[in-house]
Write a protein that binds this ligand. Structure first.
Ligand code: FAD
Length: 401
């Protein structure tokens, strides 16, 4: 008997999809390659409104709440962009992802771990999912939530490979650190309960570095668009050295990973008749900030809703999924791409933006909103352009030429 739905990948996109499908009464199986808790290269920061997507409390897996960021310009100018409110959360992905997967199980999803999917074959009446261990499963629909190197996307021929200019490469490490050092390095103006994330411009073209605080470690990383990644390893070494020197700490890189991340927004075609791609597999990451967890969860949930609606006769095909994500998130991520092109276009632009932010509290507020995902990108683009034209017209012109 074919299941209603198989979800390939048990990251945030897959877990959110499976929970929603389970809540709607679908017979759903998640197939995950790794054995949780697995490490995932990720800074683990996300916007406060992610909690609005979820119907359960995530406080057990929150590491820190943040109140903004320290932004470093290419020349080393430090700008503190904060607000007296919650601007984001950080999590350890190993714990967070395992937690979400358990929440899917609570709603009846079956989860099979340690099982790698090696192929998906779409037939007229069902989908056959083949695993490396020789097992095969059948279902009416399959959701590809298997991340940036999606096997599902390749198998069904939607996205055989990413072009270099669509993808970023990052070095990331979870660096163990004494909590007092973490608090000192990332402290903000609103007390020890609200720390700052740190963002570093310069040293690499079309990219940035970061330090995101957790309870007993920081996520340290540096990434850029693939065409500029030739010197990324050297830039990463220099980045780590300067972090050590600035903060008087020794950085242990023993769990360093190199990982790709989609950075041009969602791909155009995300469905076939019986398959839907969600999360990184479909490119749902904000090009301006690298934030993908929010969009992974959102797209996973939309996919589950659509599969359910099809099974109930309320939607007549998977294309409904594309219609739903394109109507809002697709537009937002296009604006995010515009902002990324403006921001990361050159070190000159990064320096000019940091200079404006250092001298203008309104621009600092917009930067806090942008980095924290606190306002829609379309609204922010308008606000930033208005302010630059009103108060920084010459700088604005220099950014364009
Ligand atoms: C260095 C770095 C830093 C980042 N920092 C942030 C950040 O701070 N905030 C943020 O919001 N986003 C961040 N992102 C992006 C974020 O990590 C992704 O957008 C998010 O993980 C996407 O979730 P997903 O569920 O689509 O994919 P994933 O989290 O990649 O999960 C995919 C799952 O599928 C499984 N899988 C893969 N192949 C198979 C297979 N063949 N068979 C079965 N299972 C399979 C994997 O084991 C994995 O568990 C970062 C990315 C990188 C690389």
């Amino acid at each position: 008997m074919a299941r209603d739905l198989i979800v390939v990948g048990g990251g945030p996109a897959g877990a959110a999809c499976a929970r929603r499908a389970g809540m709607k009464g679908l017979d759903v199986l998640v197939i995950e390659k790794e054995q949780p808790p697995r490490r995932k290269a990720c800074a683990g920061g996300f916007r406060p409104s992610l909690t609005n997507l979820l119907d359960f409390d995530i406080s057990p897996v929150i590491e820190h709440e943040s109140c903004g960021s320290h932004i470093y310009s290419p020349s080393g100018l430090r700008v503190v962009c904060t607000k007296p409110m919650l601007t984001g959360y950080t999590v350890k992905r190993s714990k967070f992802d395992q937690f979400l997967l358990r929440k899917a199980e609570e709603e009846g999803a079956e989860v099979q771990t340690n099982t790698e999917v090696v192929g998906v074959e779409e037939k007229s009446e069902q989908v056959v999912v083949k695993c490396k261990n020789g097992e095969t499963f059948t279902s009416n629909f399959v959701v590809g939530a298997d991340g940036v190197n999606s096997r599902v996307a390749r198998s069904i021929g939607i996205k055989p490979r990413w072009n270099d200019d669509e993808i970023g490469l990052c070095f990331e490490a979870g660096v163990p650190m004494d909590p007092s050092d973490i608090a000192r390095i990332t402290e903000g103006p609103y007390g020890p309960d609200k720390l700052c994330i740190e963002v570093f411009f310069g040293g690499i073209q079309h990219g940035y570095g970061w330090c995101f605080p957790k309870k007993d470690e920081v996520s340290l990383g540096l990434g850029c668009l693939m065409p500029y990644a030739k010197d990324l390893r050297d830039a990463w070494v220099r980045f780590v050295e300067s972090f050590e020197k600035r903060n008087g700490v020794k950085v242990d890189l023993s769990n360093e990973t190199a990982m790709r991340v989609p950075l041009k927004g969602p791909i155009e075609k995300t469905v076939t008749r019986r398959a839907l791609l969600v999360g990184d597999a479909a490119g749902f990451v904000s090009p301006a900030t690298g934030e993908g967890i929010y969009y992974a969860i959102e797209s996973g949930q939309i996919a589950a809703d659509v599969v359910h609606d099809i099974s109930e006769g309320r939607a007549d095909g998977t294309w409904e999924y594309e219609k739903r994500w394109k109507s809002h998130t697709g537009k937002e991520l296009k604006v995010s791409n515009f902002l990324a092109n403006l921001l990361f276009n050159s070190e000159k632009n990064m320096e000019l933006i940091c200079g404006m932010a250092a001298n203008d509290p309104v621009i600092r507020g917009h930067m806090t909103d942008l980095i924290g995902g606190l306002k829609p990108y379309s609204e922010l683009r308008m606000s930033i352009m208005k302010r630059v034209m009103a108060r920084h017209a010459l700088t604005g012109i220099r950014m364009l030429y």
